[in-house]
Ligand binder design. Structure first.
Ligand code: FAD
Ligand code: DHB
Length: 398
């Protein structure tokens, strides 16, 4: 096989939200990069994942010229509901946080916009790279090796952005003695569907129910997204369309008659629940960002936003290195990114615990959850705390 040797400033492994946004931000700082992705472009675009963008992610996309379609098509939500005991209770996020909001815009759309932005820069974005590996991480010239179109590549660089998600190669390339893993695997999962049905509420509804958690969300004014708590290894073949809808209705219908609109199911899947943090988020010249370094429970929709906050910080640190030779921001990258990560872990874990039926769940726990929620909605301080965490803190690079 013939082989090619090349060089760039930053080699980015993974073209998810973290890798694509890192490439885009570096470009805006005048820093060159190559993005290497092992899956195909349609696969990366079509994966159904997150849909809730924090204000910080929306601001970042807008400020960096990738927010035009988001501005037109995104659905701004000033609040959301939590349903329990058959009633919906609203958290007025904007009023409680001085105007911060979330925006509904599918991760698929974010990816499309970021791929378009990358193409417009003319900088390399390689899909379907095989046998991707990273090496010489402690040297000043680390390397990424991969095969593309039958050609073996050896790409040397100054830095590697490890943006290849939880199952990627970057984190496992770090010696276990140089990294500490914090992890908890949970005994349940979410069965998620996309339905061709207009949303029956203009805002999300998180629901505590004795039959298990349920979540009403959306992707647009014509597509509803719904989740049901299930077992971590739930067998999807046991779920007919009719069973899915009847379970969703049983959990979500409130005393005022509200329930989701029913429509053809366009996509379905089961997601396991994992809380995971790898510390530090750096090994030599390789920096981890996004899901390669941390996984949060999905309740509260922090995963994608955390990935964006990481790369915002990382891009600044790398740009500062090229501008002044200073490594101070690179040196505190991991510590600062981990602070935000643990805050998101805390929040997602708390929301999950308040709304799901955990291991050994019994009527005591259910009553305790009701008391938690009743307290929440009786206290402006408690609602403000929830709203602040849900809307997310502004992104920071200091
Ligand atoms: P990823 O999006 O995982 O991107 C990593 C990229 O690296 C992928 O494109 C992958 O193909 C590529 N890659 C992997 N290995 C290699 C390799 N060896 N070489 C090159 N490239 C490689 N978050 C929410 O906020 N709300 C949700 O509802 C939600 N639902 C989710 C559902 C699922 C099934 C999953 C898996 C995640 C979900 N998340 C959700 C989390 C959110 O989607 C992630 O936090 C977000 O995608 C993180 O972005 P990332 O770029 O760090 O990682
Ligand atoms: C969605 C996912 C979440 O994890 C969440 O907390 C809210 C909404 C969604 O996919 O729409």
């Amino acid at each position: 096989m013939c082989s090619v040797t090349s060089r760039t400033q930053v080699a980015i492994v993974g073209a998810g939200p973290a890798g694509l946004m890192l490439g885009h931000l570096l470009h805006r700082h005048g820093v060159d990069s190559v993005i290497i992705e092992n899956r195909s472009e349609p696969h990366v675009i079509e994966r159904v994942r997150a849909g809730v963008l924090e204000q910080g992610t929306v601001d970042l996309m807008r400020e960096t010229g990738t927010g035009d379609r988001l501005e037109r098509e995104g659905l701004r939500h000033d609040g959301f509901y939590i349903a329990f005991n058959g009633s919906r209770h609203r958290i007025d996020m904007a009023a409680l946080t001085g105007g911060r909001a979330i925006t509904i815009y599918g991760q698929n759309e974010v990816i499309k916009d970021l791929i378009d932005a990358r193409r417009a820069t003319g900088r390399p974005l390689i899909f379907e790279a095989a046998d991707v590996s990273v090496g010489d991480l402690q040297s000043a010239q680390p390397v990424v090796r991969f095969t593309a179109d039958g050609v073996a590549h050896e790409l040397t660089c100054d830095f590697i952005g490890g943006c290849d998600g939880f199952h990627g190669v970057c984190r496992p390339s770090i010696p276990s003695t140089a990294m500490r893993i914090f992890e908890r695997v949970h005994p349940f999962g979410w069965l998620g569907i996309l339905a061709d049905a207009p949303p029956s509420s203009t805002e999300l509804v998180y629901c505590l129910h004795e039959r298990g958690f349920a979540l009403f969300s959306m992707r647009s004014t014509s597509i509803t997204r719904l989740y049901l708590q299930c077992t971590h290894d739930e067998d999807l073949s046991a779920w007919s369309d009719q069973r899915i809808w009847s379970e969703l209705r049983a959990r979500l219908t409130t005393h005022d008659g509200w329930q989701p609109h029913v429509g053809p199911i366009l996509q379905r899947g089961v997601t396991g629940m994992r809380s995971f943090v790898a510390e530090p988020m750096r090994y030599g010249r390789m920096f981890l960002a996004g899901d390669s370094a941390h996984i949060v429970l999905p309740t509260g929709a922090k995963g994608l936003n955390l990935a964006m906050a990481d790369v915002y910080r990382l891009a600044f640190a790398i740009a500062e290195f090229y501008r002044s030779g200073g490594e101070q921001l690179l040196e505190c990258y991991s510590e600062r990114a981990l602070q935000r990560t643990w805050r998101a872990q805390r929040f997602s874990f708390w929301m999950t615990t308040m709304l799901h039926q955990g291991d050994g769940h019994n009527p005591f726990d259910y009553r305790r959850q009701i008391a938690d929620l009743e307290y929440l909605f009786s206290s402006r301080a408690a609602m403000t705390s929830l709203a602040e965490s849900y809307a997310g803190a502004p992104f920071d690079h200091e």
